[in-house]
Design a protein around this ligand. Structure first.
Ligand SMILES: C[S@@+](CC[C@H](N)C(=O)[O-])C[C@H]1O[C@@H](n2cnc3c(N)ncnc32)[C@H](O)[C@@H]1O
Length: 209
């Protein structure tokens, strides 16, 4: 029987290759033994804040680190094109069957993306700007592929906001973005994990100027 994956496995990743390996073996059980069991709230909260801040011009949408497609499912908007991007083919293969994405893009977000400038009207992301995954430098490519006026709604792990210099990055790019709004939320409704059960993320919302 495969060993159950935990947050400890996810938070101890160091490289994009580590992500490929971990999520390859986690994809099939991620929705049930991680998301459902722990009442993982980030995707539904991202969908909620996206709906609060978006208007009809904010399309197409790019779901960054889309994984098995939980954000796409919660956005649940057949009128808007949503694309998923992720380094893990196995996670995207689960997302494929949810029929909420127009396109699935297998790519490493820490590299230059094969996406035209000014293409997306929104960037959404849950659970991916976190320990051992992707950091603030990825904002540069995401800004490049987003249209002027495009909306960003992302979770950033609270413990990393300063430590990984997301705060500094938002200052560095401040002439390219509107003043961000922040909403801190609890990630899990029901996670008994002694180290991470009370983890929080900062939902960060801004527009590209
Ligand atoms: C915790 S999962 C979150 C998935 C989904 N957004 C959710 O909330 O359930 C993090 C995702 O980030 C992806 N990821 C990690 N590093 C990446 C990278 N360098 N480029 C693209 N995706 C990456 C992983 O493959 C994984 O699917």
């Amino acid at each position: 029987m495969p060993i159950k994956k935990t947050l400890k496995d996810a938070y101890s990743l160091k490289t994009p290759e580590d992500s490929i390996n971990l999520y390859k073996s986690w994809a099939a059980t991620y929705d049930n033994d991680f998301a459902k069991e722990n009442d993982y709230r980030s995707p539904i909260e991202i969908a909620k804040y996206f709906k609060k801040y978006s208007d009809h011009d904010d399309t197409p949408i790019l779901d960054v680190g889309a994984g098995t497609g939980l954000v796409g499912e919660h956005l649940n908007d057949p009128m808007r094109e949503i694309d998923a991007i992720d380094i893990s083919l196995e996670m995207l293969d689960i997302a494929r069957f949810k029929n909420c994405y127009s396109k699935l893009i297998e790519a490493d977000l820490t590299k230059k993306l094969l996406i035209n400038n000014d293409h997306y009207g929104s960037i959404v992301s849950a659970g991916t700007f976190t320990h051992g995954h992707i950091g603030p430098d990825v904002f540069d490519e995401l800004l490049r592929v987003t249209k002027s006026g495009g909306l960003f709604v992302l979770t950033i792990h609270s413990k990393l906001f300063k430590k990984a210099r997301f705060d500094k990055k938002l200052i560095e790019i401040k002439s390219n973005i509107t003043r961000p709004n922040f909403h801190e939320i609890q990630v899990y409704g029901n996670n008994p994990d002694i180290d991470h059960g009370s983890d929080k993320v900062i939902i960060t919302v801004f527009r590209k100027r």
